[in-house]
Write a protein that binds this ligand. Structure first.
Ligand code: AMP
Length: 472
């Protein structure tokens, strides 16, 4: 983890954690606590409630799992089957699996038993696990309530409740489920609430749930990591698939997480990339859990070059050093942009977030820039050539400016980077500009006036409106 994420404060050994936990931390390869860990661990160890503003990637999971393990071990173990002492509620299956994995990693020298519980998978193994002892239960709200309904889990012994990524749980409509769960657990408990953003709804939830909480805030609210290099390409929607395929091949990106707004869009894009011989898969709520787990594993081990995901499916994907995030469409909720690009620029490694923006999305772009209080550089990519034949079917004729005299090389030729908002110009070496500076945008080997595949200036391909915007 980079020095920017590591506090100059205490060492792990100073935080008051039991020796088996320090050993596990050392074995995980962590030398210094992150700021959230340095602040949250002593507060949780002291038994107080906690309200934490922390995004994924800050080390927040260890920030609550380590002191929870310590506190659970400080009391005699309760051998009652199916009656956990700690409940960690999370929004997605992926996050549930990751948090439970962290519980195992940090708790490996303790005799505590953890269990992960989410929907979309066979419930029978969960019944079986609940017939034994479970100390720490990591669950998504829906499946937990299924078990509550069937009386296969008993929540009356909960001593510690964690709401992880609470903002996302509210976005996903879990508020009623959360309230139902809370009504079932003892009022006398310790409650920890983690959220990346703080809407009024989160504040209300925090006020009703937490008792005189300690507050910890590590990253500026709604501020993306400084380690993420952000850029925008103005591209008509109908050309985005072709454009993305070009970007991936041109830059030889090896591990790209691409966000689409819809499940259908995710499928279509993955199909197009596969057609272009780029190993890709889509993950979203309509895919089986097995398919999602497989795709994620292949993406992690490098077999799969591109993972296309909807916001909800991508939530909680924890891949260290993810170098490249692409917004195939901008999210219409600006905070989601911050969540999305938080998948890269983690753990001290720089990353890049590229957004493909159609004219129709310029309003969303403005909202995002207002939220992050920063202009995002508009970058023109040279060398992207759209097959002429494809254009009429894509309904783009009305967007194109007249072809410049001479047939090639419009106003944007020569590796010029446009920047509407006064953000610093990006040098070609940033990896966003294909083609060589000073050379017109041409497809390799494009001859004079071919009949089907025509070399076209980038400005023309971006559409008149988009290209103009880019130069303002
Ligand atoms: P999280 O924010 O909990 O998702 O953690 C982000 C990543 O940071 C995970 O891959 C952790 O393994 C890693 N991590 C957590 N704490 C530390 C630490 N103190 N030093 C180095 N890496 C850490």
């Amino acid at each position: 983890m980079s020095s920017s994420l590591i506090s100059s404060g205490p060492a792990f050994a100073d935080l008051g954690l039991a020796a088996p936990l320090l050993r596990a931390v050392q074995e995980a390869g962590y030398s210094t606590p992150t700021p959230i860990q340095a602040q949250a661990i002593p507060l949780v160890l002291a038994g107080g409630d906690l309200l934490a503003a922390a995004q994924t990637g800050t080390g927040k999971t260890a920030g609550f799992v380590l002191p929870i393990l310590h506190r659970l071990m400080a009391k005699p173990l309760s051998p009652k089957p199916g009656r956990p002492r700690c409940l960690i509620l999370v929004p997605t299956r992926e996050l549930a699996a990751q948090v439970e994995e962290s519980v195992r990693t940090y708790g490996k020298h303790f005799p505590l038993v953890s269990m992960v519980m989410f929907g979309g998978v066979n419930i029978n193994p969960q019944y079986k696990a609940l017939r034994g002892r479970v100390d720490i239960l990591v669950a998504t709200p829906g499946r937990l309530l299924d078990h509550v309904g069937q009386k296969t889990v008993d929540l009356s012994g909960i001593e510690i409740l964690v709401l992880d990524e609470a903002d996302r749980m509210l976005d996903m409509g879990f508020i009623r489920d959360i309230r139902k769960v809370i009504a079932l657990i003892p009022k006398q408990r310790q409650t920890l609430l983690f959220s990346a953003t703080f809407s009024d709804e989160i504040r209300i939830l925090a006020n009703t749930l937490l008792n005189n909480p300690g507050c910890v805030e590590v990253a500026h609210r709604n501020t993306p990591s400084e380690l993420v290099e952000q850029s925008v390409h103005l591209v008509p929607q109908a050309h985005k698939k072709e454009f993305l395929s070009h970007l991936i091949r041109h830059h030889n990106w090896q591990q790209v997480l691409v966000f689409t707004r819809t499940k259908h869009g995710a499928n279509k894009l993955a199909e197009k990339l596969l057609k272009d011989k780029i190993p890709a898969a889509a993950i979203h709520g309509n895919k089986s859990q097995a398919a999602r787990t497989r795709a994620l594993a292949q993406f992690k081990d490098g077999t799969l070059q591109v993972l296309v995901a909807t916001d909800i499916a991508a939530r909680g994907i924890d891949i260290d050093q993810l170098p490249q995030v692409v917004n195939f469409e901008l999210p219409n909720v600006p905070e989601d942009y911050v969540h999305r690009i938080g998948r890269t620029g983690r753990a001290g490694i720089t990353g890049a977030a590229v957004s493909l923006v159609d004219n129709e999305e310029l309003g969303y772009l403005k909202d995002i820039e207002r939220l992050i209080k920063r202009a995002i550089a508009r970058v023109v990519v040279e060398g992207f050539v759209m097959p002429e034949a494809a254009a009429p079917h894509e309904g783009l004729d009305d967007r194109r400016p007249p072809r410049p005299a001479g047939g090639r090389g419009g106003p944007n030729r020569g590796g010029q980077h446009n920047n509407r908002s006064g953000a610093p110009r990006k040098p070609a070496a940033t990896g966003h500009s294909a083609g060589q500076p000073g050379k017109p945008a041409r497809s390799p080997g494009a001859g004079p006036a071919p009949s089907r595949h025509t070399t076209r200036p980038t400005s023309a391909l971006l559409g008149s409106g988009a290209a103009k915007k880019g130069r303002e």
